[in-house]
Design a protein around this ligand. Sequence first.
Ligand SMILES: Nc1ncnc2c1ncn2[C@@H]1O[C@H](COP(=O)(O)OP(=O)(O)OP(=O)(O)O)[C@@H](O)[C@H]1O
Length: 312
Amino acid sequence: MEEIIVVEKLNKSYQHKSAVHDLSFTVCQGEIVGLLGPNGAGKSTTINILSTILKPDSGNVSIGGYDLAKDKSKIKKFIGIVPQDLAIYEEISAEKNVAFFASLYGLHGSELKTQTCKALQQVGLYDHRAEKPKTFSGGMKRRLNIACAIAHAPKLIIMDEPTVGIDPQSRNHILEAILTLRDQGSTILYSTHYMEEVEAIADRILILDEGKFIASGTKKELCQRFENQVTYSFTLDRKPDGTTLTLSGLPGILSVSFEEQGLAVTVDITNENLSHIILTILSAGYQIKAMSSKEASLETVFLDLTGKSLRD
Ligand SMILES: Nc1ncnc2c1ncn2[C@@H]1O[C@H](COP(=O)(O)OP(=O)(O)OP(=O)(O)O)[C@@H](O)[C@H]1O
């Protein structure tokens, strides 16, 4: 598959503090690649460098076959950038906003009109095209921000946390729009700290922490090591006490964490120990009010690799 982004040993520091350190990765034609990491991991720095907004200290970047150090203007035409901060005009209609940004890429006449309508449809804002963004919800503004970036039909779309702080309906519109864009042939690099989003839409995931990649692969590949692991969560009738309720001696118990009104037990499912766990809880005099189970997720992977939660 053709490599659309090639990054080799990318470095960037701010006032001697490293923000990205020796990053190397590739993104291939037609992929949705999720750049996942907690706040401060270096996602925006990486994306701003690829978007030609920020200059790296060192490293090589090639986008669409163009060298970032030499062909900045060609790269700018090749990509569509959805910035973390909204870049739209509140006082002109949604349609005029999209048309304005598309015209900066040389679109005009009937092509401009068609592409503007298409972009608004893709983000579910066509029916609101005559309205001004100042009347829009935060989620609708974010969707308009995306429409402005895609109307010129870029081969590569780079999105920096496009779903931060929005309503579920807008989030779904955005995720569906990303999948449609991929199906229509675009390549998408997408940064987020919401693991559920990359789990849902990314073909490949790059996990970044403190400016370095700590893992990459498909969700299946990343979670493979944990495929025999499941976490049971029990809601009890009262706060459990670790001295009266001892589960760690049971076979296949990997970890136990006590919570306000229950406990979470991570086990190796090859041991078939659920009935032992339930019996032990009941024998200690607790009532089980509810129970659920959860397979390993990217959160598990992140916690295992860094010792901290993605959600911190
Ligand atoms: N202009 C700047 N000046 C100084 N330090 C900066 C600047 N921009 C980012 N940093 C620092 O660089 C590191 C990486 O930041 P970056 O914004 O790239 O991370 P991020 O993963 O995008 O996080 P967020 O989701 O919070 O935007 C952080 O420690 C941040 O404080």
